[in-house]
Design a protein around this ligand. Structure first.
Ligand code: FES
Length: 128
């Protein structure tokens, strides 16, 4: 198993910046057990955090419009409540995803918040 992670902090260059801010960490676990931990920004989606760091297994062909189901992930059971329930539109799109499970979500529909620091999601064996 290989593990990769990005640095804990970013330097915010915004003039209203308070300097360095802690960024929520999200761990993506591949179906083969490889883990990649990335630093996300509050307000982006889990999918965007994956794409920013080139996490394998997240295709995101529609760019986050909830129209392709190629950003499918399984949310770790312990994080299910924190990530919330999928919308009706997301559930409809999940019907097109590969090997859906009760913990399936579209990562483009999960907004990153401070409360999601430590989130763990697993990518399916394939996206379609
Ligand atoms: Fe297309 Fe999430 S990126 S549904």
């Amino acid at each position: 198993m290989t593990k990769r992670s990005t640095p804990d902090f970013q330097t915010n260059t915004n003039e209203n910046s308070k300097g360095r801010e802690l960024m929520p960490k999200i761990t993506f676990i591949a179906h083969d057990g490889n883990e990649i931990t990335v630093n996300a920004e509050v307000g982006m989606t889990v999918m965007e955090a994956a794409i920013k760091e080139s996490v394998p297994g997240i295709e995101a062909e529609c760019g986050g419009a909830c129209a392709c189901a190629t950003c499918h992930v399984y949310v770790d059971e312990t994080w299910k409540a924190a990530t919330g329930e999928p919308s009706e539109m997301e559930e409809d799109m999940l019907d097109f995803a590969f090997d859906i499970k009760p913990t399936s979500r579209l990562s483009c529909q999960i907004k990153v918040t401070d409360e999601l620091d430590g989130l763990r999601v697993t990518t399916p064996e394939k996206q379609f």
